[in-house]
Design a protein around this ligand. Structure first.
Ligand code: ADP
Ligand code: ASP
Ligand code: MG
Length: 246
């Protein structure tokens, strides 16, 4: 069984949370699964980096913004890999470029063109947990690109498709996909399952729980998603084909 597990920024916002994520990943590994982990930058790191850029340059050039913004995820993968290693599992961290995420040249909102997954496959074959930086790739000039705000979801789904993963789990700070943003609409209801089409509509209307491109990607490649909380064990929301498995 091959699993892709993606952890968003709030799930890795503090050292304690990073250690909690490490324990959860190791638990999955020790059940015998091959695991690829995709991580976002810690907490508000991306916003803070954008704030810094504004202070020095107003709107910085896109290429340089991407060099800057990619550092948030690079920091997170290194820390998570260290935490996993300290529990005694073999692990390697990879940047988007090292993971083979090839994009177009649209800085700050690049589109994934190809995933060259040989490096990840090799690391999995060698018995490693592979921790990949979300939200970033490399273009044909060898320059770092980023995928647009919320883009780590798309990294996770793209890797799941390229590796033929059995499931892509999206761990976040709510229990699943709700009928509306549960932070703004207290009586919103959690959905057990939702079709790609309905989820895509919600994401395009601004439901940040999933990056819209990640849903397009999942629909195109038929990747089953499970959106769930990183803070508890409740079953979350399955995103899949209408009438398929739910
Ligand atoms: P992560 O950092 O894990 O990627 P995001 O902040 O990108 O998390 O997405 C999770 C947030 O999405 C939730 O905290 C919630 O406020 C918001 N959200 C908006 N619409 C929905 C919805 N329909 N269902 C669940 N969460 C939603
Ligand atoms: N760190 C990036 C952002 O804040 C990517 C992500 O979280 O998915 O938008
Ligand atoms: Mg997100």
């Amino acid at each position: 069984m091959l699993l892709v597990q993606k952890f968003g920024g709030s799930s890795v916002a503090t050292p304690e949370r990073i250690k909690g994520v490490a324990r959860r990943v190791v638990e999955t590994r020790r059940k015998g699964c091959r695991v690829v982990v995709v991580v976002s930058a810690m907490g508000d790191t991306t916003d803070d980096l954008i704030g810094l850029a504004r202070q020095v340059a107003g709107a910085g050039p896109g290429r340089e913004m991407d060099v800057l913004l990619s550092t948030g995820e690079q920091m997170a993968v290194a820390l998570l890999a260290m935490a996993i290693s300290s529990i005694g599992e073999r692990v390697v961290s990879l940047t988007g470029c090292q993971a083979g995420i090839i994009t177009d040249e649209t800085y700050t909102k690049a589109r994934i063109l190809d995933v060259r997954a040989e490096r990840i496959s090799g690391e999995l074959d060698a018995g490693n947990i592979v921790v990949v930086a979300g939200f970033q790739g490399v273009n044909r000039n060898g320059d770092i690109t980023t995928l647009g705000r919320g883009g780590s979801d798309t990294t996770a789904v793209a890797l799941a498709a390229a590796l033929g993963a059995d499931l892509c789990e999206i761990y976040t700070d709510v229990d699943g996909v709700y009928t509306a943003d549960p932070r703004l609409t207290p009586n919103a209801r959690k959905l057990t399952a939702i079709s790609y089409d309905e989820m895509l509509q919600m994401a395009r209307l601004g439901a940040t729980v999933l990056h819209d491109r990640s849903v397009e990607y999942a629909r195109h490649y038929g990747i089953l998603l499970h959106v769930r909380s990183s803070f508890n064990r409740h079953p979350g929301t399955v995103v899949g084909k209408q009438g398929c498995g739910f």
